[in-house]
Design a protein around this ligand. Sequence first.
Ligand SMILES: CC(C)(COP(=O)(O)OP(=O)(O)OC[C@H]1O[C@@H](n2cnc3c(N)ncnc32)[C@H](O)[C@@H]1OP(=O)(O)O)[C@@H](O)C(=O)NCCC(=O)NCCS
Length: 351
Amino acid sequence: MNPPQSSHLDVIELARSVYARAAAMDIDALESMFGDEVVMELPFAPDGWTNLYEGKVAVLDFQRRAAQSFASFTMTVDRVLASNPLTAVVEARSVGTTIKGAPYENRYCTILEFDDDGLVARWTEYYDPIAVSAAFPRSWFADVATPDDIASFSASDGIVTLRAWSRDDASFIVDASVDPAIQRYSLSHDHRGIPGPPPSSDEAEATIDQFAANWQASTTTGVLTSVGFAITEAEGGNVVGQCGIDHWSKDGVAQIGYWLAPDARGHGYATRAVVLLTNWLFERGATRVFLTIVAGNDASVAVARRAGFVHEGTMRAHALWHGQPCDVMWFAALADEWAFATPRDPGERQR
Ligand SMILES: CC(C)(COP(=O)(O)OP(=O)(O)OC[C@H]1O[C@@H](n2cnc3c(N)ncnc32)[C@H](O)[C@@H]1OP(=O)(O)O)[C@@H](O)C(=O)NCCC(=O)NCCS
């Protein structure tokens, strides 16, 4: 894009051009119009919703989710004023229908600030929050900041706390990995369904380092792959198992998994960990959290059901165990079906 001249006409044209892409929900075109450090502020965002997105990845992710939320959407720009050579004020209206069929109408007053290269540096948008809350359930845009550093991750219900693994935990992972049920249902297998040897201490440390690296990578890619958290007893901090995210896509779909050391089973810890991690994901914009369970793993099926996940179906012969095909069950929870209360008794969530 050509740098703007110091004239009102250019900034007005730039603003119209950006708004035309936004109206068309053309996220790829918007990407080329945003500076890397772009900030989007929505001062009138409804209570509990994120009102500040910092950096291109976060802003585009929000725009993408917004675009995916509408079945139809038309934006009309009423006028554009230049307040200085690099700042324009846009007055616009929209009318549309959400993908859930709710009608949506709003009016916007947006201050667009450009950098010297003509890229959007700041987007401050004022709109009617009542129109937004009426059309969208909270979970669609509810979004709590995700810490940049995995070490800052924490989620707790007072009984169980999820936290990042530290290298000091490596021996716990090594010991737990000799458990036949963890080898069978949680560790990776070769192409014939035969588990490898349990990890050494060095390998467990490398896995912990990899979790931190994967987390760090997600802050720029917007996709989180393979991050495990330690499940600990909130009182005393004793480590009891792992609950983690296998994959969390840009589309807001997350797959999770879990295991407990044998002597930590039978206390409801796994169910609590699943509820905590699922809440955490929904609060950050995930729309669907799912897990897969090898048919016959009744303890895990009980966890999924107690946590409030719904059995959606079973894929026949979807996995191998020692060369024998086995069925795999899918369980999922959807953001707009999920009750956000942390259960006192995990049994309360069973459906
Ligand atoms: C799957 C696995 C995590 C389930 O562990 P779990 O201890 O049975 O599950 P929870 O921690 O949620 O505990 C629930 C059990 O504790 C009991 N419990 C006892 N006190 C409790 C309390 N205060 N609150 C809740 N539940 C309690 C529950 O009744 C339930 O037992 P039940 O199933 O016999 O009724 C465990 O078997 C495991 O690690 N397996 C190997 C790896 C694996 O399969 N991972 C899943 C891959 S999909």
